[in-house]
Design a protein around this ligand. Structure first.
Ligand SMILES: *Cc1c(COP(=O)(O)O)cnc(C)c1O
Length: 409
């Protein structure tokens, strides 16, 4: 067994994983793992193997591909060499036995959940999970007699109270991507394991660089690769990691039946994004800390939400579970009207008004953009929330822009 790096091997729980695979520094995973250059003319950048189909020399090898499609190249709606390089890297980064790269974060959510429920089952989910998670629970699964209870995930007692004999899945998102509530992953994984319940987490905010949920015993870990792994706002994709058995079941059923695998070209873009993931996260995290300090000292800002801010209610838990925080933060602005908030976003010169995040460009997303002006109530702090994503621009450049726009408010 080879152990390299420091930060990545500091957990005791981690020792349990050692028998499964070789632990590697993330630099080795990102730059070297699964790249067999002799297979492709010693090209430094892996090729985009743009084919739907793979040919065989004899019956025996074709039959063997039919029998275990996951270990072979048969057809690109299964395994593809470009996707495979990425898949191996992403499994290793998450310290998981295996991974699938899917064509969106939403399809990763769908496959992970559908693979673990059947009619009559019950799900416990954190309240306000990502849109396409609650839409799956409320709009799709209800039609198949699968029910969901939403709980405040900040207290383990709420999960215990929601348990039913038919509970099969606990669905987590820690932190969430607006107000950053966390769940205690270790405690929830322990509770779930004692009752044979599968735990699934959306780890999009942290990425495997800043949080490794499998270390705490979470079964399936997913993320939107559209965000940080892609990193350039030019592709949509998702990642799902877990044990070999769980991932194989999803490969053979949900992922194949929905044709949810990513394409070779998107995999190539994601590989390219992955090369700079740690360095982009570092830059974004550094700038975000500066922006948080700026907002905390600004008279027109009522409150700042950021998980690694010492005033954040779950700061201690964040420090325990997370190795860093990403470029998202939210503020409650002191504004009286919908129009004032809209004006503020137009006064910003270097923040695009847009959903998503994780790219090079900074973004702003006011909560009230989803409300009609007459629905706006300044007494509700939630209506005055504005989410910022801090991209790769220099912090001073962004702070100057925020300062001038706040001055006009
Ligand atoms: C964007 C996002 C998703 C969905 O990912 P897509 O790639 O857009 O399908 C899931 N969870 C969170 C927290 C997200 O921000």
């Amino acid at each position: 067994m080879k152990i390299e790096g420091s930060k990545l091997v500091d957990s005791v729980i981690f020792a349990e994983f050692c028998s499964f695979f070789i632990l590697m520094h993330y630099s080795q995973i990102i730059n070297e793992l699964a790249e067999d250059r002799e297979q492709y003319f010693n090209a430094v950048s892996p090729p985009i193997v743009q084919t739907s189909n793979f040919a065989f020399n004899d019956f025996a090898s074709l039959r063997s591909a039919f029998e275990d499609e996951m270990s072979d190249y048969l057809y690109t709606r299964g395994m593809n060499p470009t996707v495979d390089i990425l898949r191996k890297k992403l499994a290793a980064l998450d310290e998981a036995e295996d991974a699938l790269v899917l064509n969106s974060g939403a399809s990763a959510i769908f496959c992970a959940v559908m693979s673990n429920v059947q009619a009559g089952d019950h799900i416990i989910s954190v309240h306000k999970p990502y849109t396409w998670a609650w839409k799956l629970f409320d709009n799709v699964l209800t039609r198949y007699n699968v029910s969901t209870t939403y709980v405040d995930g900040t207290d383990i007692a709420n999960f215990e109270a929601a348990l039913q004999p038919t509970t099969k899945v606990i669905y987590l998102e820690s932190p969430n991507s607006l107000t950053f509530e966390l769940q205690d992953l270790e405690a929830i994984a322990r509770l779930a394991k004692s009752r044979g319940i599968v735990t699934i987490i959306d780890n999009s905010y942290c990425t495997p660089i800043f949080q490794k949920p499998h270390r705490f015993g979470i079964d399936l870990c997913l993320q939107s690769a559209t965000k940080y792994i892609g990193g350039h706002s030019d592709t949509v994709a998702g990642v799902l990691t877990g044990s070999k058995a769980m991932i194989k079941q999803i490969f053979d059923r949900e992922a194949h039946n929905t044709g949810a695998f990513t394409s070779p070209f998107n995999a190539w873009l994601l590989l390219r994004g992955l090369r700079t993931l740690p360095i982009r996260l570092k830059q974004s995290a550094e700038s975000t800390q500066k922006v948080v300090s700026f907002f905390k000292n600004h008279p027109k800002i009522e409150k700042v939400y950021f998980p690694l801010d010492p005033d954040f209610p779950q700061y201690e838990l964040a420090k325990k579970q997370m190795m860093g925080a990403s470029g998202l933060l939210t503020v409650a602005i002191k504004a009286e009207s919908h129009a004032q908030i809209e004006r503020f976003t137009f006064d910003l010169n270097h923040f695009l008004l847009a959903v998503s995040w994780g790219g090079h460009e900074s973004l702003v997303l006011p909560k009230c953009a989803g409300l009609h002006p007459e629905e706006f109530d300044p007494n509700q702090q939630e209506h005055r929330l504005i989410r910022f994503y801090i991209g790769l621009e220099e912090a001073d450049f962004l702070i100057d822009d925020l300062a001038q726009a706040l001055d006009k408010l």
